[in-house]
Design a binder for this molecule. Structure first.
Ligand code: HEM
Length: 106
């Protein structure tokens, strides 16, 4: 039987081309507090290479509860300091949620 090993939560941010450098700058000096959250398994900032204007902020978590806990923590607020203080870089964002499917060989 297939079972879920972890979950992937992606924040897909639409960024006008002239604001892309600013977005990457903000991530380059990110707080890093998410790295210490329980159940946090990894993060990647994905830059579009197909001409689209949507960056994906990809995070991996052990469970939906771990992600929810981070979302409502001070660490989430600290992690979005530049966004909170200077406003968003992008013109919109959408959250995508996936289960990672583990194919059991048996
Ligand atoms: C409207 C909603 C959101 C916007 C506009 C946004 C944008 C940003 C930006 C520009 C940064 C760089 C740091 C800063 O600006 O201070 C950041 C950090 C981050 N964002 Fe978001 N974000 C949003 C919601 C989310 C959500 C729902 C997730 C879940 C996948 C997420 C994941 C992250 C992570 C992991 C970091 C790094 C935090 C750290 O280093 O502790 N963001 N976000």
């Amino acid at each position: 039987m297939n079972k879920t090993m972890s979950i992937i939560i992606i924040n897909a941010i639409t960024v006008p081309k002239e604001r892309a450098a600013e977005l990457e700058k903000r991530f380059a000096s990110r707080a890093g507090e998410v790295d210490e959250q329980s159940g946090f398994l990894g993060f990647k900032l994905l830059r579009p290479m197909d001409g689209r204007d949507v960056y994906h902020v990809m995070t991996e978590w052990a469970s939906p509860e771990d992600f929810q806990k981070w979302m409502s923590s001070p660490a989430f607020q600290h992690g979005h300091k530049a966004t909170n203080e200077q406003g968003p870089v992008g013109t919109g964002s959408e959250v995508l949620q996936f289960e990672v499917v583990d194919f059991d060989a048996s």
